[in-house]
Ligand binder design. Structure first.
Ligand code: UDP
Ligand code: MG
Length: 316
């Protein structure tokens, strides 16, 4: 069975060569038929040159594909491109920075082989070795998204996973522009097993996921896999209508029964601001969905390939 390793690379000049040699060292005598699918996601450093060097030096000995994007399209797009071009019966997503060790891929292969009913083996982090604020934020996100969406999200489960071809084909059928792979993996179903793994330190370079990017990514996930924010907007609208009717009733009773005039100006200003704010907030939520639909309707490609190297020939 052929195994494809999909390796998204964005500014990984210090890692790709080490990654390549580590995989070959670890797989030696254990995995015989495998290919590398490196996706150079518009790197601005020397990643392209390093990948080309690997390709030129080793493509007669190893199966190597190098996809180069015309610019940075993001990891999700890189994963999608890799999945589209991989030819393996088994496909594994793995980062280029050696934080996810190739030894774990061997474990995944064993778990997959031990039960033919398993379609996917996913590695999850038992303990997160990261900033407390970020890991707290991630667990709040998982709690929230599991409540408001129909799809199950497992806290700590990464993109680091091995999948059978049937599952890969199912994911490829989802051609949506705003891709949130963690959701797509769950959405397509299939039998998934989880194995713990320890995230290693980055070999070189730094993470591309700062707090702002993570927050944006979390919102992407919520808007891609839940319509709850829209229902929330309806709920706020309903609640503020009911409150204002109750308030009106109280004001009328006060006036008719006790002759009390309600001081008008300040109340009106506060209510106007409050209602105006709520309206804009709800419009914003609708706008989020609308903007996503707008981009989707344009039907633009998820990524643009500049070059595709495969088995001694330039494909595109
Ligand atoms: N990556 C990518 N495109 C991007 C950002 C990241 O292809 O726009 C790749 C990156 O090169 C790495 C993987 O995605 O192989 C994970 O990124 P990173 O290590 O920065 O994330 P972390 O491990 O910190 O979550
Ligand atoms: Mg990393």
């Amino acid at each position: 069975m052929k195994l494809s390793l999909i390796v998204p690379c964005y500014n990984e000049e210090g890692n790709v060569e080490k990654f390549f040699s580590e995989v070959n060292r670890v797989f030696e005598g254990k995995v015989s038929d495998y290919e590398f699918v490196f996706v150079n996601d518009g790197s601005k450093d020397k990643t392209y040159q390093r990948l080309k060097h690997i390709y030129n030096s080793f493509n007669d000995k190893y199966n190597i594909q190098v996809l180069t994007f015309s610019r940075n399209f993001g990891k999700e797009a890189a994963i999608y491109a890799g999945l589209s071009k991989a030819v393996g019966d088994l496909v594994c997503l793995i980062d280029a920075d050696l934080q996810q060790r190739p030894e774990v891929v061997l474990e995944m292969l064993e778990v997959m082989a031990s039960d033919e009913d398993t379609d996917c083996v996913t590695a999850y982090q038992e303990s997160r070795k990261e900033n407390k604020l970020i890991s707290g934020f991630k667990s709040v996100f998982y709690k929230l998204i599991n409540k408001i969406s129909d799809v199950d999200f497992v806290n700590g489960a990464s993109d680091f996973r091995l999948m059978k071809r049937v599952m890969v084909d199912a994911i490829l059928q989802m051609t949506e522009f705003h891709r949130f792979s963690k959701g797509l993996f769950s959405y397509v179903g299939f039998n998934t097993k989880y194995i713990p793994y320890e995230v290693c330190e980055r070999e070189s370079g730094e993470t591309k996921w700062g707090f702002r990017k993570l927050f944006k990514y979390a919102l992407e996930g919520i808007f891609a896999f839940s319509t709850m924010p829209l229902k929330f907007a309806t709920f706020i609208g309903l609640l503020s209508s009911v409150c204002s009717i109750l308030y009106l009733i109280v004001v009328v009773i006060q006036k008719l029964a006790f002759g009390i005039d309600v001081p008008g100006y300040a109340t009106i200003v506060v209510l106007l601001l409050l209602i105006g704010g709520l309206l804009l907030f709800c419009l914003g939520i609708i706008g989020e969905y609308l903007s996503k639909m707008y981009v989707q309707v344009k039907n633009r490609p998820v990524y643009i390939l500049k070059e595709h190297l495969k088995n001694g020939e330039e494909v595109e």
